[in-house]
Design a binder for this molecule. Structure first.
Ligand code: FAD
Length: 600
């Protein structure tokens, strides 16, 4: 059996050397993120992930969350206890506002910590993840009374939060939301309707659950401009903070799913017994706008799920490959010790692919987290705007690309196990099943790609895209100018990828207006192409830093050699896909649409 161990040296390298933790720690409000403190936080988180969350992952999958007659939900054995420990250790409030009991740490630090939770136990972490979204919504636009009533308990984790967007007819298209919110004349509303697929919509962790619900008021305009956001607690909260009456929101069933079995996915009925009391967040009809502001972070977190689960699948595959003996590995010197499948070249290819993708997606996510921190807290207004534009550009990549990569990585992890991978005992199959949802919730890959070609590329005529491409090109030039053959090779591939990337941008910007259907048919290819290229950018930067340290005789030489080797593999084996994808973007869209719908 494999045990999860957080890759602390790698995480520290990415945090410090690629994402610039020292710079982030100087931003106003983040002074507590000193290197020693961050090291201590990461070590504690790693222990919690290894000792508490990881051992619950497989049993949680087998037992699953259960719906009980009457509408209660029982989470698998050990999960509530783990949640209590999680809150007691203060993990729930890591980035939250100190005014409400949080620790106010930067997103960058939380990103490394969150990666560990995702890796060790994805189903467990969904509850805190959704609570974060709900906290953010209330903090962003709630009245002072709403904030005082709900935020301290939610930041402490005493109450959890949910996000209620989806309805049977309203998934990707939230304009179709039908849940009704009727004003009661006393400042409150009564909600009626049904929400589906609500993560941790009911559970036995806490006494209260705070639902954030999208609904329409009676005179609301049609479509996206008529949706409002409401807080609907499971139990009404009295003015003194004590719990009052049971509210009219009930879990009528749980979904039966392919994966994340320990995470209850609830169907919630609102208002079957007279109406669920709700409190408006912000102004009427602006709910979707608030949701979009919050979605940045939620989408980022789901992208990070891709990084975590990829790393977990990689660790499990390495452990198995070292242990399983099968066949005589080809080409080993006579008398060399061998026999474990890790010596087979094809197994090495798979492990190297898993490793390279995981390191690249991690670097891209952490660099984006540092941009989010700068966008929030950099004292220079121009710098804030610049970082915000970069983060906005990167988030669909983090969400869309890292989650798609996780499909390949977890699938390779299963393949490394051979037939045993298909058998549940090894745990490799669970990663494939659990990972499958992450390209779907918080906006499918198709929806991320639409956003990426539209709001993130065409809207500014490709300005940010071209700026990022130029930054990649600078790194390619630095690599190509080096004397070390490995670095030169990475530089050549990165320069080629940048040229293809630029060609794709040059095509996409006018095509978005001129031939929108073809542009949209190529959108996912365009998003993946960008993911591969920014992954190559960060791997190239990592290789340069490691080569400099090797030359200076500083730091851990084994780590540096491994990083350069992994970056080179990424450049030689994965980055060339950019060229094929650029062709798909430019020429594939029209062909994708060649058949009429009736012809399928
Ligand atoms: C386990 C699980 C947990 C979830 N948790 C939550 C939660 O906590 N809260 C919540 O509100 N929701 C939640 N969801 C719902 C989730 O966000 C939606 O399933 C998702 O947004 C997709 O919507 P849909 O399922 O209706 O698919 P659809 O919107 O019907 O999409 C079907 C297909 O059509 C494509 N498509 C649709 N529109 C477009 C378009 N404009 N352009 C291109 N392609 C398009 C999609 O990409 C997809 O491939 C959860 C879902 C699951 C399965």
């Amino acid at each position: 059996m494999s045990t999860y161990h957080a890759p602390l040296p790698e995480m520290q390298f990415v945090l410090n050397d690629l994402a610039g933790l020292a710079q982030v720690a100087k931003l106003p409000g983040y002074e507590d993120a000193a290197p020693d403190t961050v090291t201590a936080i990461l070590e504690e988180a790693a222990k919690f992930a290894t000792n508490v969350l990881d051992p619950l992952n497989v049993p949680g999958d087998r037992e699953g969350a259960q719906w009980l007659p009457g509408g209660a939900v029982k989470t698998p054995a050990g999960f509530k206890d783990a949640y209590d420990q999680y809150c007691a250790n203060g993990w729930n409030g890591l980035t939250k506002n100190p005014e409400y009991g949080g620790q106010g740490l930067p997103q960058l630090v939380a990103t490394a910590v969150e990666e560990m939770w995702h890796a060790a136990n994805l189903a467990f972490d969904l509850c805190p993840l959704l609570t974060q979204g709900a906290i953010e919504a209330i903090e962003l636009r709630g009245t002072p009374a709403l904030k005082d009533k709900f935020l301290p308990k939610m930041v402490a984790g005493t109450w959890t939060g949910t996000m209620n967007l989806t309805e049977p007819q309203a998934g990707s298209d939230l304009a179709a939301v039908r849940t009704r919110a009727v004003p009661q004349g006393d400042g409150t509303y009564k909600l009626f309707g049904q929400k589906i697929f609500i993560t941790f919509g009911e559970h036995d962790y806490t006494e209260n659950i705070v639902h954030l619900v999208l609904a329409r008021t009676p005179d609301a305009p049609e479509g996206v401009k008529g949706i409002s956001l409401f807080v609907v607690p499971k139990f009404i909260v009295n003015d003194d903070g004590s719990l009052g009456a049971r509210n009219d929101v009930h879990c009528v069933s749980l979904e039966h799913k392919l994966g994340i079995h320990a995470s209850p996915t609830a169907v919630l009925a609102y208002g079957d017994h007279g109406g669920a009391v709700g409190y408006l967040v912000g102004e009427e009809n602006r709910g979707l706008e608030y949701m979009f502001i919050m979605m940045n972070l939620a989408r980022f977190s789901v992208g990070l799920e891709g990084v975590g689960i990829s790393d977990r699948a990689y660790q499990r595959a390495v452990a198995y490959a070292r242990d399983r003996v099968q066949g005589k590995p080809i080409g080993l010197e006579k008398g060399a010790k061998g026999g474990a499948i890790i010596e087979h070249p094809d197994i090495r290819r798979m492990l190297m692919t898993m490793r390279a993708y995981t390191e690249a997606t991690r670097a891209v996510a952490y660099v984006t987290a540092a941009a989010l921190d700068n966008a929030a807290s950099n004292p220079d207004e121009t710098a804030r705007a610049k970082y915000q534009a970069f983060a906005d550009f990167m988030i669909p990549i983090v969400k869309g690309w890292s989650t798609e990569v996780a499909q390949e990585v977890t699938s390779l992890g299963l393949q490394v196990h051979g037939g045993m991978g298909f058998i549940e005992e090894t745990g490799a199959a669970q990663h494939v099943r659990d990972a499958r949802i992450i390209t779907i919730y918080e906006g499918t890959t198709g929806i991320q790609a639409n956003d990426f070609i539209g709001r993130k590329t065409a809207r500014d005529a490709g300005a940010v895209a071209r700026h990022v491409a130029a930054e990649i090109d600078k790194v390619a030039a630095k690599l190509a100018a080096r004397t070390e053959p490995a670095l030169q090779a990475i530089g050549v591939q990165l320069a080629a990828a940048t040229a293809d990337l630029q060609a794709a941008v040059d095509w996409m910007v006018p095509a978005y207006g001129r031939e929108p259907r073809a542009a949209h048919a190529g959108a996912v290819a365009y998003l993946k192409l960008w993911g591969l290229a920014v992954g190559g950018w960060q791997m190239g930067r990592a290789a340069l830093i490691c080569a400099d340290r090797l030359a200076a005789g500083e730091g851990d030489a084994a780590f540096q050699h491994a990083k350069i080797a992994t970056a080179r593999y990424y450049a030689d084996a994965l980055l060339p896909q950019v060229s094929a994808l650029a062709h798909t973007v430019i020429h594939g869209g029209e062909s994708a649409l060649a058949l009429a719908a009736e012809a399928f």
